[in-house]
Design a protein around this ligand. Structure first.
Ligand code: ADP
Ligand code: MG
Length: 580
């Protein structure tokens, strides 16, 4: 036809197309997600435009997406009744890469990264992903509010060029038809399998809030002649009826007050494969620098790999209800790696990659928001009068207490909130239940520091010679016995303005708690013991940094002390275990 016009793709599109078709064969499935999300966007756009101009609906206000598989033609068609495109729109939107971020990202990828289908798959290649599976894509569209004769047909084989021609299209919106390549229309990898398309929609797009529909299939029995009583045969036949195949309602988009606990629990199990119900959860719409919805769960039990470095963590990320990625680790600090859930933000681009997430200030603001929310949730359990909630906190602490201690070093901004959640055994109470606040409430008159001791286990801590003087004086000492304590306490030097002091490190000054007589005696001892000290120094040589006369011992003759700011034996052991 004379009206058929040929256009060449913008250079970047050609480059992207080349990447898509050469690197993404192992991620072929993503075209379903991309085309459904474009259709959903188109409906969102129409809905938005129609808020000012109702007539755009053209008596068809029920927005929906339809997917039709045609086995004979070897095509899949995605149809929507959204905003649609005219010729100029199609040339612009399908022939260039509009987003400058996408271009920049493409430029940044190294040659080897470009070969990595995984990487490009995550970055999201949008409409062009269709060319992974199709050797020709044809798009027929008509823009909402324009006349039927202003329709356009866009066709390309995904190499260097595309054509456009005017068509008459009565219905508003877009139909995108993929003519499947041979390897994707036959055998195992065939997308002509309706069940497969359905599964992919459920996997990636279940939370699209629009109905996604496919043709209904029914069982049709063969006609049987009267009097013939052999069992009837039959077959599945496609009808002209459409059925909705997605749930069309993302739990987190609903208002918290309308969601039953059961629904929250089911959703949790669905996204985690955890058999247990979660310990607790928090669900909020956050308005601020970035707008997003957060649905965060704390599991009941710690996973076995909580302390291994390979541990996967992070939240599911959605952008406008479209699934983007699992385990988006940028959305949570490391010390909250046990938290599960979903973040959905309309402010992030749909083609966001892990690399982009890493650099995004919006993502940082979401991460901070998540951390604060979890710490607030935990504080509300810890400080509750309700014994149920206290019990939940104790349960939480026994599973995850050691992990949140890492936050003392990792998240300085929340150090105080984290410190308030910590619980320990002490020299007067074996149960891991004393907070720094409790301890302070029991401090002796004149006591100026919170004293603590780190050891491998409770028995070792309780028998430590360092504890003797404190016992004698009736001063309580916090006993820290987990692997991370020593490291974590490097970052916490005071609590609520009271200094924290490790009694195994450096000089312990009991201040007002040490009476004058004792001080005088200590000074005298320094004198009389000098010959002994000198002898010991010579005898120990390199093996001891210093030998001092101490007042900290009551029953034991001697003890090892670590210098202020040096690694203790526990710390050295922990680093060794971590393979450092
Ligand atoms: P993105 O969705 O990130 O913008 P895509 O490559 O997926 O990038 O799509 C490119 C553009 O093509 C979209 O921005 C939109 O303008 C247009 N487009 C794609 N699919 C449709 C559709 N079904 N209806 C209307 N416009 C569409
Ligand atoms: Mg898109």
């Amino acid at each position: 036809t004379p009206e058929l016009k040929k256009h060449t793709f913008e250079a970047e599109v050609a480059q992207l197309l080349h990447l898509v078709t050469h690197s993404l064969y192992s991620n072929a499935d993503i075209f379903v997600r991309e085309l459904v999300s474009n259709a959903s966007d188109a409906c969102d756009k129409l809905r938005f435009e129609a808020t000012n101009d109702d007539s755009l609906y053209e008596d068809d206000g029920e927005l929906r997406i339809r997917i039709n598989v045609d086995k004979d033609a070897k095509t899949i068609t995605f149809t929507d009744n959204g905003i649609g495109m005219n010729e100029a729109d199609a040339i612009e939107n399908l022939g260039t890469i509009a987003k400058s971020g996408t271009k920049a990202f493409l430029d940044k990828l190294s040659e080897s990264q470009k070969q990595d289908g995984q990487l490009i798959g995550q970055f999201g290649v949008g409409f062009y992903s269709g060319f992974i599976v199709a050797d020709t894509i044809s798009v027929e569209s008509r823009k909402a509010g324009e006349t039927a004769d202003k329709g356009v047909r866009w066709v390309s084989d995904g190499t260097g060029s595309f054509t456009v021609e005017p068509i008459t299209k009565a219905t508003r919106g877009t139909a995108i038809t993929l003519h499947l390549k041979e390897e994707y229309s036959e055998g195992e990898d065939s997308y002509l399998d309706r069940g497969k398309i359905k599964r992919l929609v459920n996997k990636y797009s279940d939370h699209i809030s629009l109905p996604i529909q496919m043709r209904k299939e029914v069982w049709q029995e063969d006609e049987v002649e009267e009097g013939d009583d052999t069992p009837a045969n039959g077959q599945m036949v496609l009808t002209d009826e459409w059925e909705t195949i997605n749930k069309a309602s993302a739990l987190w988009t609903r208002s918290a007050s309308e969601i039953e606990d059961d629904e929250y629990v089911d959703f949790y199990k669905n996204i985690t494969y955890d058999m247990d119900a979660p310990l607790t959860w928090t669900h909020n719409r956050v308005e601020g620098r970035v707008q997003y919805t957060q649905l965060l769960y704390i599991p009941k039990k710690a996973p076995v790999d909580l302390y291994t470095r390979e541990q996967q963590h992070g939240l599911k990320l959605y952008v406008k209800r479209v699934f983007i990625m699992d385990e988006a680790e940028q959305l949570l600090p490391m010390y909250l790696r046990f938290v599960k859930g979903v973040i959905d933000s309309a402010d992030l681009p749909l083609n966001v990659s892990r690399e982009i997430l890493q650099e995004s200030r919006d993502v940082k603001s979401i991460r901070d928001g998540n951390a604060r929310r979890i710490l607030t949730l935990l504080a509300s359990l810890a400080n509750s009068e309700d014994s149920d909630k206290q019990e939940k906190f104790a349960q939480f602490y026994s599973e995850f207490g050691d992990v949140i201690k890492e936050g003392l070093g990792e998240d300085m901004g929340n150090q105080e909130r984290i410190a308030k959640l910590l619980r320990y055994a002490t020299s007067t109470n074996d149960k891991v239940e004393t907070s720094f606040e409790d301890y302070k409430g029991r401090m002796k008159e004149g006591q100026k520091a919170i004293y603590y001791l780190t050891a491998d286990n409770l028995a070792a801590a309780k028998n430590s010679p360092q504890l003797e003087l404190f016992k004698k004086k009736g001063i309580e000492v916090i006993l820290m016995t987990s692997r991370v304590d020593e490291w974590a306490m490097n970052f916490l030097t005071s609590f609520d303005e009271t200094p924290l002091q490790n009694i195994a490190k450096g000089a312990v000054d009991l201040g007002d708690l040490q009476d004058e007589a004792e001080k005088a005696e200590a000074e005298k001892a320094q004198e009389t013991m000098k010959p002994v000290v000198d002898k010991l120094k010579t005898a120990l040589g390199e093996r001891a940094k210093d030998v001092k006369v101490s007042t900290r011992l009551v029953d034991s003759p001697a003890c090892l002390v670590v210098g202020e700011g040096e690694l203790s034996p526990q710390m050295i052991q922990m680093l060794k275990q971590m393979g450092q």
